[in-house]
Ligand binder design. Sequence first.
Ligand SMILES: CC(C)(COP(=O)(O)OP(=O)(O)OC[C@H]1O[C@@H](n2cnc3c(N)ncnc32)[C@H](O)[C@@H]1OP(=O)(O)O)[C@@H](O)C(=O)NCCC(=O)NCCS
Length: 143
Amino acid sequence: MKLRECTDADLETLFEHQAHPEVKALAEHPGRERDAFYLHMKTKVLGYPGNTFLVIDVDGAVAGNVCAWHQDGKLWVGYLLGREWWGRGLASRAVAEMLAVHLKERPAYADVAKANLPSQRVLEKNGFVRIGERDDGFDYELK
Ligand SMILES: CC(C)(COP(=O)(O)OP(=O)(O)OC[C@H]1O[C@@H](n2cnc3c(N)ncnc32)[C@H](O)[C@@H]1OP(=O)(O)O)[C@@H](O)C(=O)NCCC(=O)NCCS
């Protein structure tokens, strides 16, 4: 696995990842239709000042992404794998590499749906600590 910059050629695979019903269910995010996804990526994500967006590349295949963005004065971390790539330790390794090599700013924050136990594990394995609870999720911080 390696992390690399995202190119236009990656976008269709990344679109398909976030459109998968099981991905949407676990992330508790409705996903975006194709046009909205491309617009979001091109105007709000790629090249947006202060953002990090890296493709998880496994032997030339696009397995998913790790990302970070600033919102409400905080740095937020996110990640998403295509359904066929779950359960191999990829997200844990990708988040670790992003935090070690590409993203040195701290603190960093993440929010996770209560039912998303794999994502909570990914955060805890990377040193995030649960700092709060909402009706629908938990807040995590990495100092
Ligand atoms: C969440 C997601 C990124 C995890 O990716 P992954 O590569 O499968 O995760 P990893 O294999 O690195 O680690 C998953 C951990 O969760 C654990 N896990 C998996 N299913 C679990 C369950 N039902 N209950 C408890 N733990 C579980 C695994 O055992 C593993 O922990 P371990 O290393 O201690 O054994 C992936 O499922 C995904 O893309 N989901 C959709 C998008 C999403 O939810 N993004 C995060 C939004 S906050």
